[in-house]
Design a protein around this ligand. Structure first.
Ligand code: UDP
Length: 316
């Protein structure tokens, strides 16, 4: 029985596939490279248990043979993509998720959704627990992603109620680590790239807003544990170690040894002012909590970016 991973060439999808393949599981990876990376797909192709399908999940899907689980990690997730890929994101979160649900039903597989802390929008309750309904602008610049993911949760839950499909929903909070795109546009990749290039670190909107960053291996562990339960409602997966964006910039400067200055630039519309997961449910249900400190995680990420920048320089 294979495990299907949609979004296999994405940052999180790649890490999940690699972990499964190392455990000896056969994996069918799907990606259309909307935000996925060809070199990550090529790295997965080295494993004999990996089968590749280049496809858009919003188009009719066919997967041969038995399938035990369908993981949906297929959606551009960087805020810089929310406007240029607005309609593609909405299609992915609606028709794409419907196609994957239909596949899971046909194969009698467990369906696992990577939902998001963006379901909470710019939260008025802090930290965020799963029973908070959120504060989302339905027509704002972030809405294709936020509302898309909220719609997907509704669709998945309706599917579960109507057809009895086994579903799991992880609300993933800011994940980072090796394998992120150099031009991903999110805060950690931007700051690391800027620090390595000796350019100013762009603090958007003052830098006093907070995030809680989870190292990718911890997120993958949480997803796998969740997939093995029979809990069908949303579960937060994130690291509650909350920090301001300014502080992250200072940490990255220290760890890279860069002399780059900090530079204030305008903030993004509807940018959440705070974000921190309450992970009591994940602790109780999964016996899970993040193990990698931000310092360790940033060191590994900086190391990855450094070697990748050097490799690309050699190629040029
Ligand atoms: N941010 C920043 N400088 C950057 C990129 C992002 O100050 O170069 C801020 C952004 O405005 C937001 C936070 O960092 O407040 C996290 O942004 P990111 O794009 O990483 O993801 P988000 O949590 O908003 O989905």
């Amino acid at each position: 029985m294979a495990i299907v991973v949609a979004g296999a060439a994405g940052f999180l999808g790649f890490h999940l596939c690699e972990r499964l393949l190392k455990q000896g599981e056969p994996v069918v990876g799907i990606d259309n490279f909307a935000s996925g990376q060809r070199d990550l797909a090529a790295a997965l192709g080295q494993y004999p248990g990996f089968h590749w399908i280049e496809a858009d999940i919003a188009q009719p899907l066919r997967v041969e043979g038995g399938v035990s689980k369908v993981f949906d990690l297929a959606c551009p997730a960087s805020p810089v993509d929310f406007e240029p890929l607005s309609l593609e994101i909405l299609q992915t979160c609606s028709q794409g998720v419907l196609n994957l649900l239909t596949l899971a039903l046909e194969k009698r597989a467990v369906f696992v959704q990577t939902s998001t802390s963006e379901c909470y929008g710019d939260p008025l309750v802090h930290p965020q627990r799963e029973d908070y309904y959120g504060n989302v602008n339905p027509i704002g610049i972030r809405s294709p992603y936020d509302e898309g993911k909220r719609y997907a949760e509704a669709l998945i839950t309706a599917f579960h109620r109507r057809h009895g499909l086994a579903v799991r929903i992880a609300r993933v909070f800011n994940t980072y680590g090796p394998g992120m795109r150099l031009d991903d546009g999110r805060v950690i990749s931007n700051f690391v790239m800027q620090a390595l290039a000796g350019e100013p670190l762009t603090l958007q909107g003052g830098g006093e807003q907070t995030r809680s960053f989870c190292y990718v291996d911890d997120t993958v562990e949480g997803l796998l544990r969740l997939s093995a339960t029979d809990y069908t409602k949303p579960v937060n997966l994130g690291n509650p170690d909350e920090v301001t964006v300014r502080r992250v910039a200072e940490e990255i400067l220290e760890l890279t040894g860069s002399a780059s200055p900090l530079k204030s630039v305008p903030g993004r519309a509807d940018d959440p002012h705070v974000r921190c997961p309450d992970i009591s449910l994940a602790r109780r249900l999964l016996g899970w909590s993040p193990q990698v400190t931000r310092r360790e995680g940033l060191e590994r990420t900086i190391e990855y970016f450094r070697s990748r920048v050097n490799r690309e320089r050699v190629r040029m």
